[in-house]
Design a binder for this molecule. Structure first.
Ligand code: ATP
Ligand code: MG
Length: 350
């Protein structure tokens, strides 16, 4: 039996979230696993109801669950609220409360989408890697930090245990994949990067079956575009990961196709990379595949059901190969479908 805290949020988060839960239920049934879904408000809708974008009740539901699914938060209606009441404030608070320090963004090409990509086919063929980004340290949180009229500064700092735990995740993930980790840093310029590199090498002692190499971040950005096939697991810090995961995402698909997972030592959260997309919200136009693929990650990482995860990914691939497309990935000659239609077809393709 597994428990999901389901936080659809605002805008298309509600639509793609419902798609994700439908898929999760069908997959669980298929594998004879009981699934309990506990739905709670987050973001703008929570502010409207309770005057807060993240309530204790919602937090508690996350603590009580085996995994959290988040749709998206935000919308025009809440844009002028003070900073701490904005829907987006709920995300930071939630990630912090759950101690999510590892962010996983897959960059995997769906074969049927290669032809409509702007990159060359031979570059994209068989691309399948993940960017693992450290999420709670580095320059985003380092002290001191400030600016005045004359200067501004931040501190890029990593502690030993922070690098150790993310490096362990990288090697563990690689073991389930193609056993290659590239650690990305800027060790030719930054002391914090040399430190990072030293610790990664130390942790690697326990993972001698995994190939470890190092790459400077400027080169990594270039290599992801030039020859993405060479990568399996990219391990990197908060700031570099922010940039590299966006590059990696966009070479393989549209915003509507990109899933993500954020892991901590106790909790895990799964969400599509895209936001609440107010322009298409409520119109049954949103691409649900990023969310459905996030559910595949949930079954793999949180429920240790790799077979279920593969079943979902195979169904997505089959659906795309049959020519079905939501508007964001539609090209001349494709079959245009709505959010709910796409979801039903994926389920039929199990
Ligand atoms: P946020 O600040 O919430 O991250 P954003 O401004 O970055 O939002 P998104 O909401 O992520 O923007 O998306 C930008 C645009 O991309 C949307 O307005 C929408 O047109 C398109 N888009 C995003 N996600 C999807 C999706 N799942 N299906 C179809 N189109 C999408
Ligand atoms: Mg955004």
């Amino acid at each position: 039996m597994y428990k999901i805290a389901f936080l659809p949020g605002d805008g298309i988060g509600i639509e793609v979230g419902n798609s994700a839960m439908k898929v999760a239920k069908v997959v669980a049934e298929h594998f004879n696993v009981e699934l309990i879904i506990n739905e709670k408000l987050i973001g703008g809708c929570s502010y409207d109801e309770f005057g807060s974008p993240l309530t204790d009740e919602t937090l508690q539901a996350c603590y009580d669950a085996d995994a959290v699914f988040l749709g998206a938060v935000g919308g025009i209606k809440w844009e002028s609220l003070p900073h701490n009441l904005k829907p987006e404030a709920a995300l930071l608070k939630l990630r912090k409360a759950l101690g999510l320090y590892a962010n996983i963004r897959p960059a995997k090409i769906y074969q049927p989408l290669i032809d409509s990509s702007t990159l060359r086919k031979e570059v994209l063929q068989d691309v399948d890697f993940i960017v693992l980004r450290e999420l709670t340290g580095g320059i985003y949180f380092g002290e001191p930090r400030a600016y005045d009229d004359d200067k501004g500064f931040n501190t890029m700092i990593y502690k030993k245990n922070e690098v150790e735990r993310i490096a362990k995740i990288a090697f563990t993930l690689a073991r389930e994949r193609n056993r290659k980790v590239v650690s990305v840093d800027k060790a030719n310029v930054l002391e914090v990067s040399q430190f990072w590199r030293n610790i990664v090498i130390q942790v690697h002692q326990e993972f001698q079956d995994i190939e470890l190499t190092h790459m400077y971040v400027d080169n990594a950005a270039m290599q992801i575009v030039r020859n993405p096939k060479q990568f399996d697991v990219i391990l990197t810090s908060n700031l570099f990961g922010d940039i590299l995961s966006d590059i990696a995402g966009m070479i393989t698909g549209s915003l509507g196709m990109l899933p993500s997972a954020s892991l901590g030592s106790k909790y895990a959260l799964y969400e599509p990379v895209h936001g609440s997309a107010p322009d298409i919200a409520g119109k049954n136009l949103a691409n649900p595949l990023a969310s459905i693929s996030s559910i595949a990650m949930m079954f793999n990482y949180s429920f240790q059901m790799k077979k279920a995860s593969e079943l979902i990914e195979a169904a997505i691939n089959k659906t795309l190969s049959q020519g079905y497309r939501t508007k964001d990935i539609f090209n001349e000659g494709d079959k245009l479908v709505s959010t709910t239609e796409m979801t039903e077809i994926v389920i039929k393709n199990f």
